[in-house]
Design a protein around this ligand. Structure first.
Ligand SMILES: Cc1ncc(C[n+]2csc(CCOP(=O)(O)OP(=O)(O)O)c2C)c(N)n1
Length: 650
């Protein structure tokens, strides 16, 4: 058991051989056990260098070794769910020497990525996709006559996502040759919630019964009438202990639960299951953070870490808590939620398994009866909120922009169409840094803006965020406030809450010729560019309804309007400005700055702003370039006669 992070490269002779292309297939049990030890040590060391997801990888070290030992990867397909647990898989598949570059610009991705390695069979980052994807591969192999094993590895958190069950049900019908491994560590990011988690715990608690059952199964299967009788008798016992019945009823052959850290046992079982026909289900129990004491004790805190600093000795866990001076936006939301709940008894808070990340820990503690963690179930979270709003509650859904994509139809069909009073705190809006393209909140302004009845706010600082959340909550229909990952500019946050005028912008700098229409938290960048140009800056605040009067006024007084947002240009807030101006018959130069039509790679947030032309320098450059093009047109005053020119940032 390790309790410190190795600060020097650990001695890993066996692992080095694997990295140099040696096969795992021929290692004996003793060597494989040694490999797990070396792998764990190297994993700790490398995450210590780079930061990143932590506990989940430690928990699947034995499973990863067993899978690569038994299966002929990459010909056989291992499909990992979420993908945050794949650091050991990356180390074993030729990427050991690049682990220090994890999640950095140009380095390894924090999740499986097809372009990175042929061993990464399916790109992922969002949960609950593995069974569908693996089934697709199994059916492809069947249709194309390819002999191939397909394995989906899914956590007890990820399997709470509805689409995992859609896939299980379909597999039960289609009966592909595939293995689903449930990695049950009783944890999502926080403690796993809901009936499924209870069910899995019950299964584990009934190990004795299972041992009996598995033993008798083998004997009785040979004597058909006795087997039928035993099966019927078993129905009565199931209510008590339910060992995988649900999966068997869906059409899977269920084995488990098994200790997922018992490598020989795991290998033995996987070997036995390898050539079975039809859909197989293996349930293993593991511990998140296994082998690193501080992570075993605090799996929530060690789900992911920013940076681990090695301390040679001492009792403290070696995690450098990078305490920001200013609160994160998620904390601004969390504090507002508590204050609002204090005032309004009708308020209920809903999170799809993101309590910590969404800043709801305090709310959950103070208002446990009004707090709903629905597990990884974004679709359900939204329709649950809709139902609550129908009958007298005022739901607030805290959700990451990227995960709201999962609940899009529920948002349109169940909430907006009925104009229900649901407030959304949309976190991680914009570019999110190291997690990369699976997690960017790049699309929400575009996909929300086209929905009737929606009110959408994009605050520019922490205090505006609080006041806009308050305003959205007072609005008697669906309203979403989107804010980014991390900290803001450090605005003073008022205790009081003030209702803002929905659809009203504020001018924050007066200049001439050029007006920057800022939507959201790029305001400091807008101000820096404006300083150089002596441009006007307007904090637009609301994307929908937009301050049309202000836009019209600006279009008459300025030669060039520049829209700025941390959202894709396509269909975003800038597009709303264009649409409005076109409808008014206004014709002038507009530059739309936002995320271009690409998936932005992982790296630091600062890198990503520079890549997408959204840092102050790039903003300045884009405006200057346009000024040169339109030349005299920028002299002053009304600029009629030119067609609308829309630049896409690059
Ligand atoms: C659709 C979706 N919602 C939320 C998340 C955020 N998320 C990442 S990992 C995780 C917990 C996954 O738990 P589990 O599958 O049990 O894996 P473990 O971390 O316990 O190994 C969550 C909620 C996500 N990746 N995808």
């Amino acid at each position: 058991m390790l309790s410190d992070i190795p600060i020097t490269l650990p001695h890993t002779p066996l692992l080095n051989r694997i990295d140099q292309g040696a096969s795992l297939h021929h290692l004996n049990t003793q060597e494989l056990v040694q490999l797990t030890e070396e792998l764990r040590a190297y994993l700790l060391y490398s995450v210590g260098q780079s930061g990143g997801h932590f506990g989940a990888g430690l928990g699947v070290v034995e499973l990863t070794v067993a899978l690569h030992h038994i299966y002929n990867t990459p010909h056989d397909r291992i499909v990992w769910d979420v993908g945050h647990q794949t650091y050991p898989h990356k180390i074993l598949t030729g990427r050991m020497g690049q682990m220090h570059s994890m999640r950095q610009a140009g380095g390894l991705a924090g999740f499986p990525k097809r372009a990175e390695s042929e061993y990464d069979t399916f790109g992922v980052g969002h949960s609950s996709t593995s069974i569908s994807a693996a089934m697709g591969m199994a059916l492809a192999a069947r249709q194309l006559g390819i002999k191939r094993k397909v394995i989906a590895v899914i956590g007890d958190g990820a399997i709470t996502g509805g689409m995992a069950f859609e896939a299980l049900a379909h597999a039960g019908h289609e009966r592909p040759n595939m293995l689903v491994i449930l990695n049950d560590n009783q944890m999502s990011i926080g403690h796993n919630k809901g009936g499924l988690a209870t069910y899995f715990a019950k299964i584990w608690a009934s190990k004795f019964y299972i041992a009996m059952r598995e033993g008798s199964k083998k004997v009785l299967e040979k004597i058909r009438p006795a087997w039928e009788l035993a099966k019927r008798t078993e129905e009565h016992l199931k209510g008590m202990v339910a060992p995988g019945t649900m999966f068997e009823e869906l059409g899977f052959h269920y084995i488990g639960p098994l200790d997922g850290h018992d490598l020989p046992g795991l290998i033995h079982t996987l070997e036995n299951m390898k050539d079975l026909e039809g859909p197989q289900f293996l349930h293993i129990r593991t511990m998140k953070g296994k082998g690193f004491l501080p992570a075993e004790k605090d799996p929530v805190g060690y789900h992911a870490v920013n940076k681990i600093e090695a301390k040679p000795k001492g009792p403290q866990p070696a995690v450098a808590a990078l305490k920001p001076a200013a609160p994160k936006y998620q904390d601004v939301f969390g504090r507002w939620l508590c204050d609002m709940a204090q005032r309004d008894k009708r308020l209920v808070g809903i999170t799809p398994a993101m309590c910590e990340g969404s800043g709801m820990v305090e709310f959950a503690k103070r208002f446990p009866k009004r707090y709903y963690d629905v597990a990884i179930a974004e679709q359900h979270a939204l329709t649950l909120a809709a139902g609550m709003a129908c009958d007298g509650l005022k739901p607030v859904v805290a959700i990451y922009s990227t995960f709201l994509q999962r609940g899009y139809d529920q948002l349109i069909h169940d909430i907006a169409l009925q104009n229900l009073d649901v407030t959304f705190g949309i976190d991680r809006a914009g570019l999110v840094g190291q997690d990369g393209p699976t997690h960017h909140g790049a699309f929400d302004l575009s996909y929300l803006r086209c929905i009737p009845n929606m009110v959408i706010g994009a605050p520019s600082d922490e205090n505006e965020c609080r006041q806009m959340l308050y305003t959205a909550y007072q609005h008697p229909g669906p309203a979403a406030i989107r804010y980014p990952r991390g900290t803001g500019p450090g605005a003073i946050i008022a205790e009081t809450m003030e209702q803002l005028k929905i659809g009203r912008a504020v001018q924050v700098r007066s200049g001439e010729r050029v007006a920057i229409l800022n939507f959201g938290t790029l305001l400091p960048q807008a101000m820096a560019a404006a300083q150089q140009l002596n441009a006007t800056v307007v904090d637009m605040r609301w994307v929908k309804p937009m301050d049309e009067a202000k836009v019209l006024e600006l279009s008459r007084r300025y030669d060039l309007l520049v829209t700025l947002e941390e959202n894709v240009v396509a269909g975003g807030a800038g597009s709303a400005v264009n649409e409005f101006l076109a409808a008014q018959g206004q014709s002038l130069s507009v530059i739309n700055l936002g995320i271009p039509d690409i998936f932005v790679e992982h790296g630091s947030h600062a890198d990503q702003l520079a890549w997408t032309g959204l840092d102050a320098e790039s903003i300045l450059r884009s405006i200057k370039a346009r000024r040169t093009v339109i030349g005299k047109g920028l002299v002053s005053g009304l600029n009629v006669g030119n067609p609308i020119e829309i630049s896409r940032s690059s």
